[in-house]
Ligand binder design. Structure first.
Ligand code: 3H9
Length: 703
């Protein structure tokens, strides 16, 4: 419930506000705060004010949901509220505990004094949303902590311990406890000073001294340009700071406002705001009874000490959860343990881990050779060879060995989780946990909900994902789940374009220019081309893939599996990950094109990018139609976290919507009409056509 309480403590008014869960400063709260301040100004029974959150936190800033909506323009803006606050005739003290972020910190900066609990954190994270602090932060913070420090705080966007600023003008006091008492005494002392004729301290009046402002700002710009080249907000932050210092505080506020509005309406900020909410929405599970309690997980077992199994193991060790790593061959097991140690030693060398932590993590690892040694664990994750017969053997053994109530998870990336569950007499306890390689690095986890997976098993998986710092997305069962099912379409399109006349280098370059971390061919070389080959061979045998990928198959027949074999779509030199165009591959492509006898044509970068991205979008729409994904934003999260889609474009579905679905469908039809095109592939999913016709977006809003 949003509320602003007005209490008195002697001659101090305590304005205690809340808007759970994070006290974001939406319209109702802003209005309530302004009313409380106006009351305090008139109240003859008080001489000063303490402003605080009433629910153990100050504020996480402006209400991001309001951005770009009419709500933002209703009633007092945050900037107006801050100007009123600063202009009060009675001193106002911000009492900060928990978090004061973004507009929350800007509210506090507009107070005359600030007192904080030592455990509190402050920050201006607007940059992460493609914005600059738009309620005075770019003007007040430099005046309180200095220009360089303020720029660093704003460009980093991270929450920082208040202790770092204890000696600056930012805080009057940083206390270990009794925040309200400390803030009240600062308020009383300030009121007494006002009575004796002293002016109230205001950040706007502080002088900033910077002997070489130009050089400092230029240096900051150069760094921001190279590190964050697609993001306009960092440069805008530096511009706003420099403007206000060179001109005046008030001119700076106006410039800040102008830049904020410009950024708020930019595609990058819209994309980043979408990502903020998409990541949080992903953890919600549709149709789960509200009273579902997750199971307790104290002991985990991982089966398979290969790259995947060891990567998965590291996640749990990092979270302080002990793992029994099972591998039936001693040599492979030893190699797996050595790999885990190697990862930690690498971190030790880089100073990311100390020796004590390394030892503690390795102590949590117990290598075992037999199934009975894992009989009492709470969760088993299988990461064995990707073949149904191998999975069957493992799951039948697990069913016979592991205690009742344990969760049995498979790390399969393509196989049918329901079929795997049916190998046990407890399909309700079986779930897919699809980690992405390298599993200790990639943030994405696809949680695959089988037809019979129990609600508490699903809830446990989501809870565990949070514990091991993964972003989990729920997927239904289908071939490849959300991510690989879509990437399959994308890769097929990349191959098709090579058949038509593009080179792998051209395809990679075009999509990397669009912002992908890596093009499809470089990605294949990194992940291992043999993985896709194995899947294709299975599908050829099943008859579910009729058209052969002649070039890709030939590359694998030549043993060119990618970086691990020193050759793939590209050539590699020893100890060097640079991809060099390969004359061997060029020869294979040439031969295949000749054999196919189709005319070649030139493809431009726009066609390459659109065909790759819209292949993802079309399959994504089908995934939504089939209810494999719970919501459109989940598809974006999968592609952002697991497949290197450019974050500043918001994910494939957000990007498609930004182009309008009408235009997307129109382009798809144009691709279908190209010579030799797969017309069925490019038939827009029924959902896209429907939404385009209704001028609606995937989320139901107007497009
Ligand atoms: C700004 O201030 C602009 C100004 O300079 C100028 C204005 C004119 N608004 O993350 P959690 C929701 S820009 C709306 O899971 P945690 C969040 O969606 C803002 N909603 O919790 C979630 O909802 P749900 C600058 C917000 O404990 C719930 O709260 N500030 C906001 O892991 C819990 O969030 C930021 O960028 C918000 N500002 O982390 C701070 N914040 O339950 C953004 C959160 O429905 N927030 N929600 O999914 C954060 O970084 C984290 O939420 C925080 C808590 C660290 C505070």
């Amino acid at each position: 419930m949003i509320k602003v309480d007005y209490l008195t403590r002697g001659r101090v008014a305590v304005v205690a506000f809340q808007s759970p869960p994070v006290n974001s400063l939406g319209f109702t709260l802003r209005q309530g705060l302004l009313a409380a301040l106006e009351r305090a100004e008139q109240d003859t029974a008080i001489d000063s004010v303490v402003l605080m959150g009433s629910n153990t936190t100050f504020s996480a800033g402006a209400d991001i949901r309001e951005f770009g909506s009419a709500e933002m323009l209703r009633g007092p803006s945050l900037a107006t509220l801050n100007t009123c606050l600063e202009g009060m005739s009675k001193p106002v003290v911000a009492a900060i505990e928990g978090m004061a972020l973004g507009g929350g910190l800007e509210l506090a900066l507009s107070c005359h004094h600030r007192v904080a609990l030592a455990s509190a954190k402050i920050g201006l994270p607007e940059v992460k949303l493609g914005l600059l602090p738009g309620a005075g932060g770019t003007q007040r913070l430099p005046r309180l902590i200095g220009i360089e420090a303020a720029i660093n705080v704003m460009l980093a966007g991270e929450p920082l311990a208040v202790g770092l600023f204890a000696k600056s003008s930012l805080f009057d006091q940083v206390v270990e406890a009794d925040l309200l008492a400390a803030a009240s005494s600062v308020a009383e002392a300030s009121a007494a000073a006002v009575k004796s004729g002293k002016p109230l301290p205001q950040a706007r009046d502080l002088k900033v001294r910077e002997p070489d402002l130009q050089a400092l700002c230029q240096f900051a710009r150069n760094t921001a340009k190279t590190a964050l080249k697609e993001y306009p907000a960092p440069l805008a932050i530096i511009d706003a700071v420099q403007f206000g210092v060179e001109k005046s505080f008030d001119a700076g506020l106006l410039e800040e406002r102008r830049l904020f509005e410009q950024l708020m309406n930019s595609p990058v900020s819209k994309a980043l705001r979408h990502v903020f909410f998409a990541e949080r929405a992903a953890s919600r599970i549709d149709g789960l009874p509200a009273d579902t309690k997750p199971r307790e997980i104290r002991q985990v077992a991982v089966i398979g000490a290969g790259t995947m199994g060891t990567g998965i193991t590291i996640n749990f060790l990092n979270a302080g959860i002990s793992v029994r790593l099972l591998e039936v061959g001693k040599e492979v097991l030893d190699r797996g343990v050595a790999r885990i140690r190697e990862v930690y030693e690498g971190q030790l060398k880089k100073g990311k881990l100390d020796a004590a932590k390394l030892a503690a993590r390795m102590d949590l690892l117990q290598p075992v050779l037999e199934y009975p040694a894992i009989a009492d664990v709470d969760l088993v994750i299988e990461a064995v060879f990707e073949e149904m017969s191998v999975k069957e053997k493992v799951f039948r053994t697990l069913d016979a060995t592991i205690k009742r109530g344990a969760i049995l998870a498979t790390n399969t990336s393509t196989l049918d989780v329901d079929q795997i569950a049916a190998f046990t007499a407890r399909p309700q306890d079986v779930i897919g946990l699809h980690f992405f390689s390298p599993a200790n690095v990639m943030r994405l986890l696809e949680v695959v909900r089988g037809a019979k997976t129990a609600p508490d098993v699903l809830a446990t998986a989501m809870m565990l994902a949070k514990k091991i710092k993964k972003t989990a997305v729920v997927s239904g069962v289908c071939d490849g789940f959300i991510g690989n099912r879509m990437i399959h379409r994308y890769s097929a399109q990349a191959m098709q374009m090579v058949d038509e006349g593009a080179s792998p280098e051209q395809v990679d370059r075009a999509v990397e220019k669009f912002g992908f971390a890596m093009g499809p061919f470089r990605m294949g070389d990194l992940a291992g081309n043999d993985i896709g080959w194995l899947i294709r061979k299975r599908k050829y045998a099943e008859g579910s893939l009729v058209e052969r990928q002649v070039i890709a198959d030939k590359i694998c027949e030549l043993g060119r599996f990618g970086q691990k074999t020193g050759a793939g779509w590209y050539d590699y030199k020893k100890g060097d990950r640079t991809a060099y165009p390969s004359p061997v591959v060029a020869g294979v492509i040439d031969e295949a094109r000749k054999a196919a006898g189709r005319p070649l044509r030139k493809l431009d970068d726009r066609e390459i990018v659109d065909r790759l991205v819209y292949a993802l979008v079309n399959e994504g729409a089908r995934i939504l139609e089939e209810k494999i994904a719970q919501r459109t934003s989940d598809i974006d999260v999968v592609y952002l976290m697991g497949y290197g889609f450019p974050v500043w474009r918001g994910g494939p579905i957000h990007y498609a919507e930004s182009q309008t679905l009408y235009e997307v469908a129109r382009r798809m039809r144009a691709f279908a009409a190209l010579p030799g095109a797969d017309a069925e592939f490019w038939q827009p999913a029924a959902l896209i056509d429907k939404l385009a016709a209704e001028v609606r977006s995937f989320n139901g809003g107007a497009a």
